[in-house]
Design a protein around this ligand. Structure first.
Ligand SMILES: Cc1ncc(COP(=O)(O)O)c(C=O)c1O
Length: 328
């Protein structure tokens, strides 16, 4: 593909990083951040907008509204600008400043929620705000990535078949869980196509997605404070939970090899290397999905003061940044 007319027409689907030299494990990292929205959320955003146009819910008079920790917001901002819709993104204080600026640069309005709701945390408060906007004005159209089947179907039709084509003998797939759109789309595809791949979900400690107790989390993308409605755990073979400190260590470790990835990639790679070090995995073919790249995290994960204030000064000492592949 060399010439495009709309930004969503380009997406790199075939790029993998062989992590063996960096982790000592046979894991291939599928890079989903190489498109004009800079993340995997381009796929869900495109699929949900197309479904809403097709159903007649989205008309030229509509204003799109969505709750997003950032990347879906950027993808929807891009699509809205390209197709001529207004877009309001409801996010919270964990949204990176650069992500917010990107959305505004693309012409979107950004509403930042600062107070968590009593039962649903910041995510619950974001959803309450979206519901209030829709109740006040029926020109608002909420795509609702948390319940919209087009979210997981995007991955059922693109991400998963692309992985199966490139790795027909795939043994294990590691997928981070946010709304669980990527996870459920991939898991359903591999189950429906009778593929033997084991599906391992990677989540953040403090997320309630798989029933764990809630705790504060600072890195956007993975994890939830409200259980995602599209999750069906019967499709998931195993769940790994990763501490945010390990996410940061892994991001810095990869950066020292020249690969600047986002926070959820650090989480997924940390979970995958930990799992592989606990299993006899030399002959397994494994893939992990990297949802975005690292530039949006220069003020957080890659900022020394931010890391030291939240996780302690020891974290960025060089000996801490080496992933010990043998560590259980
Ligand atoms: C950086 C990043 N990683 C992971 C995810 C989670 O993907 P999903 O919502 O498909 O579970 C998101 C979703 O917003 C994200 O922005």
């Amino acid at each position: 593909m060399g010439v495009i007319t709309a930004p969503m027409d380009f997406n790199e689907e075939e790029l993998y990083v062989d992590l063996r030299p960096m982790t000592g494990h046979r894991v291939f990292l599928k890079c989903e951040g190489v498109n004009f929205a800079g993340s995997i959320k381009l796929k869900a955003a495109s699929a949900m907008v197309e479904a809403a146009i097709h159903s007649g819910a989205l008309t030229p008079e509509s204003t799109l509204v969505e709750s997003s920790s950032g990347n879906l917001g950027v993808a929807l901002s891009m699509i809205a600008a390209s197709k001529g819709y207004r877009f309001v993104c409801v996010t919270d204080t964990r949204c990176n400043l650069s992500t917010r600026r990107l959305m505004e640069a693309l012409g979107s309005q950004v509403h930042i929620i600062t107070e968590p709701s009593a039962t649903g945390g910041l995510l619950g408060a974001r959803i309450d705000h979206v519901s209030a906007l829709c109740a006040a004005d029926d020109r608002y159209v909420w795509l609702n990535q948390y319940t919209n089947p087009a979210n997981w179907k995007a991955h059922y039709h693109t991400t998963a078949p692309a992985i199966a084509r490139r790795f027909p003998h795939l043994d294990v797939l590691f997928v981070g869980a946010g709304t669980t759109g990527t996870l459920m789309g991939c898991a359903r595809y591999f189950r429906d196509s009778h593929h033997r791949a084991r599906i391992i979900a990677v989540d953040t400690v403090g997320s309630v997605t798989f029933g764990g107790p809630p705790a504060p989390r600072m890195i956007p993308g993975l994890g939830t404070s409200v259980r995602p409605p599209i999750l069906d755990e019967s499709y998931v073979d195993e769940v790994i939970q990763v501490e945010e400190a390990d996410t940061i260590r892994t991001c810095h470790h990869l950066a020292r090899h020249g690969f600047l990835f986002g926070g959820s990639t650090g989480t997924v790679v940390s979970g995958a290397t930990n799992w592989l070090s606990r299993h006899d995995a030399q002959h397994l073919t494994t893939v992990a999905i990297a949802p975005d790249l690292g530039e949006r995290y220069l003020d957080t994960i890659y900022q020394t003061n931010w890391v030291q204030d939240l996780y302690g000064g020891h974290l960025l000492r060089s000996e801490e940044l080496t992933i010990d592949a043998r560590k259980p």
